[in-house]
Design a protein around this ligand. Structure first.
Ligand SMILES: Cc1cc2nc3c(=O)[nH]c(=O)nc-3n(C[C@H](O)[C@H](O)[C@H](O)COP(=O)(O)O)c2cc1C
Length: 237
């Protein structure tokens, strides 16, 4: 069975199951999509970081972990997970094609109703996102119909080797993909107020030396968590 078969089957089962439970197959008030199903009332709101770096545990992963820690600090209702795409075998997504890769495992994690926000992190490679992040995003095709990522909050974090190395351009590109699957895109919020976290690897992979970049990562995590809590009806203010 291919990744697309698994995803399509899972979406069908989820959607049919949710609709049946909600409306007893009478079809009246059934949610339109599985993604609209609310998480259980006592469920924590999960924020997932996705690292598209080709180097595990380096600056992109460290920046994302910083953002996730900041998200977690917002509320005890938040829990986090960092996914490194290098841990998965991803192949080019061919529309309607046969893909024998690991995407179904990532799909299960990111589309879970407990996931309220996803922080997408990529290093800048030749002024673009990494090939791995692009490969990951190119698996989003079915979500345009299924809505499996709809209304989840998206934040973007980018890391480059120089100050103006392409961070903002890459962030815009990833944001466009998130908008295409009905995610709610947020930036790093006050006081920095930019389009996400933009980090500069200016100290031989010790990203903690980039004080400004780290503040944008922390701001992004906080903002994603705050909006995800609000979307889950758990906001305090
Ligand atoms: C193939 C490649 C292309 C790169 N292109 C750029 C670039 O266009 N602009 C830039 O500022 N840095 C560039 N860099 C530097 C990386 O963005 C930077 O080292 C980043 O911190 C790497 O992320 P990582 O620590 O998660 O591997 C490039 C690095 C590689 C390996």
């Amino acid at each position: 069975m291919t990744t697309h078969d698994i995803i399509n089957r899972r979406h069908f089962i989820e959607t049919a199951g949710v609709a049946a439970a909600a409306a007893g197959f009478l079809g009246s008030a059934a949610p339109a999509r599985a993604a609209d199903a609310p998480p259980a009332a006592n469920a924590k709101v999960r924020i997932v970081g996705i690292s598209g770096s080709h180097r595990k545990g380096k600056t992109t992963a460290t920046g994302l972990q910083m953002a996730l820690d900041s998200a977690k600090a917002v509320s005890p209702e938040i829990e986090t997970e960092l996914i490194e795409l290098m841990d998965y075998k991803l192949l080019p997504a061919v529309p309607g094609g046969e893909i024998e890769d690991d995407y179904a495992r990532i799909h299960a994690k990111i589309t879970d109703p407990s996931v309220g926000g996803i922080i997408l992190g990529s290093p800048v490679y030749f002024s673009n996102m990494s090939a791995l992040m692009k490969m990951f995003i190119e698996h989003f095709g079915p979500y345009k119909k299924s809505g499996a990522l709809s209304n989840k909050v998206a934040g973007v974090l980018t890391v480059a080797g120089v100050r103006n190395g392409g961070q903002e351009g890459v962030a815009q590109s990833i944001m466009a993909a998130a908008l295409g699957v009905e995610m709610i895109v947020v930036g790093d919020g006050r006081p920095t107020g930019h389009s996400g976290a933009t980090l500069w690897n200016n100290a031989k992979d010790d990203i903690t030396q980039d004080e400004f970049g780290c503040s944008t990562a922390k701001g992004l995590g906080k903002r994603v968590a705050e909006v995800a809590l609000r979307m889950a009806g758990k906001a305090r203010s």
